[in-house]
Design a protein around this ligand. Structure first.
Ligand SMILES: [Zn+2]
Length: 54
């Protein structure tokens, strides 16, 4: 299935973004700050501590 954000053909996960349902690839889930619900396969980001994005 294609990611609804970047369009890549990859395994996607159902996520909640600002109240809307999206199917996103893991990369977009990790990069998109608005994703409210993250699947268990993605490590939850600790509040107040963000990874450095390049
Ligand atoms: Zn994507």
């Amino acid at each position: 299935m294609n990611c609804e954000k970047c369009g890549i053909d990859a395994p996607v996960h159902h996520c909640d973004v600002d109240g809307f349902a999206y199917y996103l690839c893991v990369t977009c889930i990790e990069d998109w700050d608005a994703v409210a619900e993250r699947p268990d396969t993605v490590a939850p980001a600790a509040s107040g501590e963000r990874p450095v994005l390049q």
